[in-house]
Design a protein around this ligand. Structure first.
Ligand SMILES: [Zn+2]
Length: 191
């Protein structure tokens, strides 16, 4: 089930549409510091784990810069394609991490859906999920929103399970929930 979603270019395009909407909202809200107009300051990323059939435009991370001299503050909208600084697509970081609960890292590394994934990367992701809910600026917000508390050791499965629908609907809801980790002022610091 997870593997079908990972290989689904149409699903990725759907996330791209969400990102375009989030970018439009960010731009319409103007500069968060001075209220000035925002100009496009998008940049290219080199995401890994993309299914076949996605165009080059998919690697563009939407971002904006304030047009006002002396401010020039950057505003980066949340993204459902990119999860913070992770090189792999957000879908891959989430679903492969979830798959780790049902298999061993060595078996997982042989899965052809994501070539080149090594054990160290998988271990880093596990730490990242945990720290996002314990040590990040987002952690208190995330924990307050989850009643009863989610099992931190079972992330991201325990988080996916909190959302209704099939895997793709749960994934979209999860990525939206994690938006504060990927955009806004925190993203400015992260990049
Ligand atoms: Zn400004």
């Amino acid at each position: 089930m997870y593997q079908a979603v990972l290989a689904d270019a149409k699903f990725c395009e759907q996330l791209f549409d969400f990102d375009r909407d989030l970018a439009a909202s960010t731009r319409a809200a103007r500069c968060w510091r001075c209220g000035g107009a925002l100009h496009s300051g998008s940049y290219a990323r080199k995401p890994r784990g993309c299914p076949a059939g996605l165009g080059d435009a998919y690697a563009e991370r939407f971002s904006f810069c304030c047009a006002v001299d002396g401010c020039r503050k950057r505003a980066t909208p949340p993204s459902l394609r990119f999860l913070g600084r992770h090189v792999y697509l957000a879908t891959v970081v989430t679903l492969i991490s979830a798959l780790m609960f049902g298999t061993t890292p060595s078996r997982l590394a042989r899965l052809s859906v994501v070539p080149g994934l090594d054990r160290r990367t998988l271990a880093r992701w596990r730490v990242w999920w945990r720290s996002s809910f314990t040590d990040s600026a987002f952690a208190p917000v995330a924990r307050a929103a989850m009643v009863p508390p989610i099992d931190i050791t079972a992330l991201p499965v325990s988080l996916l399970e909190r959302f209704a629908g099939d895997v793709s609907e749960q994934l979209i809801a999860l990525l939206r929930f994690l938006g504060p980790l990927t955009g806004g002022q925190s993203a400015v610091r992260a990049f």
